[in-house]
Design a protein around this ligand. Structure first.
Ligand SMILES: *Cc1c(COP(=O)(O)O)cnc(C)c1O
Length: 376
């Protein structure tokens, strides 16, 4: 059953984006960030496509249930939990084969305690080079890396994260961060060599923005997320790779009617018909993730034409102003594009983000579960 209001997930676009980013990463391994239900695109479908077409090497999740969802769906590539784990979730995490992130000495001890006699458990060490979120300081990195070995864990990866790699103003800070990270990794590797241990194989940093706009020297893996889904991290991020949007959001006109001049439409009576007016109702609202900040300022496409939103976005429905004349051609049942292209018109996630005073990431991530995802 194809529900009127649904999101289409273009798996061909996903494949094209992944291929292009992989090429841009130049032989490095690729971890696909599929947290938050693959930024709203449906983590299981996305992961299956990327795994079966051998487009990525790792998946990154934010929570243990996100990782378990992938394992239950048969995903077999390694999965990294990109953040610290609380003690009570570690047993389940390790049992599901979701690699933990160690953020300091204490978290290494915790993982080792839960790992117990599970054999040698791989971990990745997060180093905070300027994000200020998780990870040990660069100075602590060698002692924490040693602690990981002493505890019988296997240090498989070292990584960092970059807060301003997406803008020109952030370029120099990012370059300094990457240099600090490279020095930190060199110290870890030298310390290991002195103890007769092989180098840590996975050295990763670089979300989409760094892949698109920075020198990745020294990294053996990158971690794109938003770019896989066809969006640029920031309008100013260099468009070194052509990306194709993966998600589009669709609905259908449920009703078309005429209202007299002076009549109001919607909650709060914030829109008043300037003349006799044609109004269409579309069954999508903030309960589907269509921001209420689109009230009276947003737009939708019907039959390749753009129509402004009349009044407030409701939880489940939104009204469009079709104009004064009956030449709008809009009929009940007509397809409506909320996000995506229709003819030569396109509403981008960036446009919706600007209107909702947020970023494209949030636009797709906040499409709610009641909007069926239709992969094609
Ligand atoms: C979400 C995330 C990414 C992916 O970031 P994008 O900007 O979406 O490419 C990479 N690394 C970490 C640690 C993340 O949390």
């Amino acid at each position: 059953m194809l529900y009127a209001t649904h999101a289409e997930i273009n798996l061909h676009a996903l494949t094209v984006n992944a291929r292009a980013l992989r090429e841009r990463a130049g032989g490095r391994k690729v971890l696909a960030a599929v947290k938050a239900n693959a930024y709203g695109h449906g983590a299981v479908n996305v992961a299956h496509v990327l795994e079966r077409r051998r487009l990525v090497d790792w998946f990154g999740v934010a929570t243990v249930p996100e990782g378990i969802e992938l394992r239950d769906a048969g995903v077999s590539l390694p999965i990294l939990k990109l953040s610290h784990s609380f003690p009570e979730e570690l047993a389940e995490q390790l049992a599901a084969g979701i690699t933990p992130t160690v953020v300091d000495g204490a978290s290494a001890v915790l993982v080792a305690r839960v790992a117990g006699d599970m054999g040698r458990v791989n971990v990745h060490l997060a180093v905070d080079t300027g994000m200020g979120r998780i990870g040990c300081t660069p100075e602590d990195a060698v002692p924490v890396a040693r602690r990981i070995d002493e505890l019988g864990l296997v240090l498989e990866g070292v990584f960092t994260h970059l807060p301003v790699s997406d803008t020109p103003e952030g370029h120099d800070f990012t370059v300094d961060q990457l240099r600090l990270f490279a020095d930190t990794v060199a110290a870890i590797q030298a310390d290991r060599a002195a103890r007769g241990l092989p180098p840590v194989p996975l050295v990763h940093g670089g979300a989409s923005a760094a892949v698109l706009g920075h020198d990745l020297a020294g990294l053996t893996m990158v971690r794109p997320g938003v770019s896989l889904y066809g969006m640029y991290p920031d309008p100013t991020t260099p468009r070194t790779v052509d990306l194709e949007p993966v998600m589009s959001v669709h609905s259908r006109v449920s009703m078309v009617k005429r209202v007299p001049a002076g009549a109001t439409v919607g909650y709060g009576r914030t829109w008043r018909a300037p003349t006799d007016r044609w109004i269409a109702t579309v069954p999508i609202g903030y309960g589907d993730g269509f921001s209420r900040l689109n009230s009276n300022v947003g737009r939708m496409l019907v039959n390749g034409r753009s129509f402004p939103i009349a009044g407030r976005v409701c939880m489940d429905q939104t009204m469009l102003d079709l104009g004064a004349e009956d030449d709008h051609g809009v009929r009940p049942g007509n397809k409506v594009i909320i996000l995506g292209a229709d003819g030569d018109q396109r509403i981008t996630a960036d446009e919706l983000a600007e209107r909702a005073r947020t970023i494209n990431y949030e636009v797709t991530t906040l499409v709610t579960p009641r909007v069926t995802r239709m992969p094609y």
